[in-house]
Write a protein that binds this ligand. Structure first.
Ligand code: ADP
Ligand code: MG
Length: 701
């Protein structure tokens, strides 16, 4: 299978343009690496000054290279890059890696130069990595391409790595070598002028050498394309990502709940959650999960068995697993009986299985075989603390013997120093991942299990929703014609909700106190009185919401009271009328919102309503269009989810009703991109429905 990125990652020949003679410079190191790692094709140095570079005949220009060149690595000064790229294009070069810095990262002039580079490359059909990057590498023994200036070449294996930062790329390659993580290929994308992380995902999707993809990114580029491609690729090959830039979250103007809550980072989390990408906080965690997925199958469920020879680490591991959403279920009786047959009386055979300090290598092997054969166990965490009686290497051998041919992931954690390094080396050689501490193992297993759950899910087909799109188009057009922008008046909001089947209480709008009293019986008692104002955002902050009104007289009095209150604040003129609503009883106060993001399009959020939403920020976002599974994840993803299930005899919320509401809101904003913000807060979620009692919609560009 050929990929458009083959000339870049599987070139037949390479030229290094700007190769200096003196070792220690970037260009000389790139050239040296290509030779020293034994690239399996010819490597040509191009140098204006030297006729020989590191014992290889050099050419004065790209045009003078007699053989065809697939990949040219440019290490010339920035001002010469364009002209060199032209020469490469003319010479029939198919891909460029531009290591040179001094482009978009430096300002507008550099950005123009970068655009010109891309334009030139497009003209000749060349792909470009960089500029301002560390280079590219393919560790496959049949290729052995190291077009980087990194000091170390990683071992070959199933992990593909893409780094947006060159410096971190160096650190990643270093760490890969240190922990023995086998790399298929590595690309430092630098300024990402042409080749992006998404292009690489598409390449690695079909690359037989790659099993797992690790990304270090500072931004997702085009998030919609990332979502689309990552969603597809991660079903076959796990993708893990560490993204920096979490602190940008506060950058957005906060004119509504949803807008304030949906910071940039939230948007990134939303999109990653939707496409099965594993997000980690640190590079170390990225490696921890990458190592596991590169050598072990994806866990079929979160059920873990822990096998140990010491109680303390077993308890630590149990806590670490459970706090990360893994289950340590009690083992079935048959499994316990099988273990009891040979383990000492004092051993615990529940879960964790604590074989106590006297455990031999043979005990490890037999126990591990039994656990792996148990259908209720999806993965095994093997802990070993060096006691005096048993050699770590023997236990390591026992583990790999038992693990051979197993289709369940095994993570090991050998603690102590005596004989442990040898044991770890043995485990690694046999593809069993090892961790320094149980917590790291638990975190990696939890992330892998979460990914497994994503993968094994059969997508729920979206229900057919009946909506009246034209009605909303009409409402929004009428508002625009009135010259109004911003928040829609209550009647317009009502028509929008009704057209999209979003449930709301029975209601009436009145211009003043007298009209409100007259309209009240049509709503029914008890009712809720709310002030109407285009300037007052939080009605209850100014005492503008009165619940439990029992007759028309109370409605009249409520109006006067609110008016008096506003007058005392000098804001009487802001009172534009009254909204009377049927009073909904029971139900959990939840929050549903949508906000439009420049890069991500609309984001839809779900959380607990009222105070919780602002105070605890317990909201989960997904990018529209929201699928039924996304909606279920949003509802199940909030920390306070127990409150939806009748916590302490509280009301129970109907999940299907909430799912449907989220789908309707998603459809509404997808159909009408001019909706900038929408807040339904609260939505009262009862056992038989989800009713939006307070709705605000802002239109605008
Ligand atoms: P605001 O958010 O502007 O202060 P809301 O319309 O959200 O005003 O009302 C404030 C609170 O009053 C809600 O959080 C809810 O607890 C209660 N409430 C409002 N409308 C109703 C209603 N129709 N039925 C029951 N409770 C309501
Ligand atoms: Mg409200």
């Amino acid at each position: 299978m050929t990929s458009p990125l083959d000339p870049l990652l599987r070139p037949r020949s390479v030229a290094v343009v700007g190769a200096a003679r003196k070792r220690g410079s970037i260009s000389a190191e790139v050239f040296h690496n290509l030779l020293a790692r034994e690239f399996q094709g010819p490597v040509h140095p191009v140098s204006a000054r030297a006729s020989v570079v590191q014992s290889v005949r050099a050419y004065p220009t790209v045009d003078s290279i007699p053989d065809p060149v697939d990949l040219a690595v440019l290490v010339v000064p920035a001002r010469e890059v364009l002209e060199t790229a032209e020469a490469c294009g003319r010479r029939g070069v198919r891909a460029l890696v531009v290591i040179t810095a001094g482009f978009a990262e430096t300002g507008p002039e550099g950005a123009r130069l970068q655009d010109a580079l891309v334009e030139c490359a497009r003209r000749y059909g060349m792909r470009v990595v960089g500029p301002n990057c560390l280079g590219v590498l393919n560790a496959n023994p049949e290729i052995r391409l190291d077009a980087t200036f990194a000091p170390h070449f990683p071992p070959f294996g199933g992990v593909a790595v893409c780094s947006q930062s060159g410096a971190l790329g160096l650190a990643i390659l270093d760490l890969a070598r240190e922990v023995g993580m086998g790399v298929s290929s590595f690309v430092s994308i630098g300024n990402r002028a042409d080749v992006s992380a998404v292009d690489l995902l598409e390449h690695w999707e079909h690359d037989p050498d790659t099993r797992v993809i690790l990304l270090y990114l500072e931004n997702l580029g085009d998030p919609r394309r990332f979502l689309e491609v990552a969603r597809r690729v991660s079903r076959e090959k796990p993708i893990a990502l560490v993204k920096s830039g979490r602190t940008e979250a506060g950058r957005r103007a906060a004119s509504s709940h949803t807008g304030a809550l949906a910071g940039l980072d939230v948007a990134v989390d939303a999109v990653l959650g939707q496409c099965g990408v594993i997000r980690t906080d640190t590079i170390h965690e990225l490696f921890d999960v990458g190592l596991l997925l590169a050598s072990q199958p994806v866990p079929a469920s979160p059920r873990v068995a822990i096998l140990t020879n010491a109680g303390g680490p077993g308890i630590m591991a149990t806590d670490a697993c459970e706090s990360r959403g893994l289950a340590i279920p009690p083992l079935p009786e048959a499994t316990r009986a099988a273990l009891r047959e040979f383990l000492p009386e004092a051993a615990a055979v529940g879960n964790p299985v604590d074989m106590i300090a006297s455990a031999t290598a043979e005990d490890y092997e037999r126990s591990l075989r039994i656990l792996l054969a148990d259908d209720t166990v999806a993965s095994v965490l093997v802990l070993f603390v060096t006691p005096i009686v048993t050699a770590a290497v023997d236990v390591a051998r026992a583990v790999t013997e038992a693990a051979a041919g197993s289709h369940k992931p095994i993570a090991a954690c050998f603690m102590g120093s005596q004989g442990v390094p040898e044991a770890l080396a043995h485990l690694r050689r046999h593809g069993v991942v090892t961790y320094a501490f149980p917590e790291a193992a638990a975190a990696a297993l939890a992330r892998a299990a979460c990914h497994g759950a994503y993968r094994s899910r059969v997508p729920t087909p979206p229900p057919a929703l009946v909506v009246d799109r034209d009605a909303v188009t009409g409402v929004l057009a009428a508002e625009r014609d009135r010259g109004e922008t911003g928040w829609l008046p209550p009647d317009a909001v009502r028509r929008v909700l009704d057209a999209y089947g979003i449930r709301r209480p029975r209601q009436a709008v009145a211009a003043d106190g007298e009209a409100a009293a007259a309209a009240a019986p049509s709503v029914g008692f008890p009712l809720v009185f709310k002030l109407v104002s285009s300037t007052i955002v939080h009605k209850s902050d100014v005492g503008g919401v009165k619940v439990g009104l029992r007759d028309a007289a109370e409605v009249r009095a409520a109006y006067d009271e609110v008016l008096a209150r506003l007058a005392a604040l000098g804001r009487a003129a802001e009172l534009e009328g009254a909204l009377l609503q049927e009073q909904i009883t029971g139900g959990v106060e939840t929050f549903v919102g949508a906000t439009r993001d420049e890069q991500f399009g609309h984001l839809v959020g779900f959380g607990l309503g009222g105070l919780q939403v602002e105070l605890l920020r317990d909201v989960v976002f997904r990018a529209a269009p929201v699928s039924p599974d996304d909606a279920a994840d949003m509802i199940g993803g909030i920390r306070g989810r127990a409150l939806l299930e009748g916590f302490r005899s509280g009301p129970v919320a109907s999940r299907p009703a909430l799912v449907e509401l989220l789908l309707r809101v998603s459809r509404l904003v997808e159909d009408h991109p001019e909706i900038a913000e929408l807040d339904l807060n609260p939505v009262l979620a009862t056992a038989d429905g989800a009713i939006a009692v307070d709705a605000r919609i802002r239109v605008g560009c």
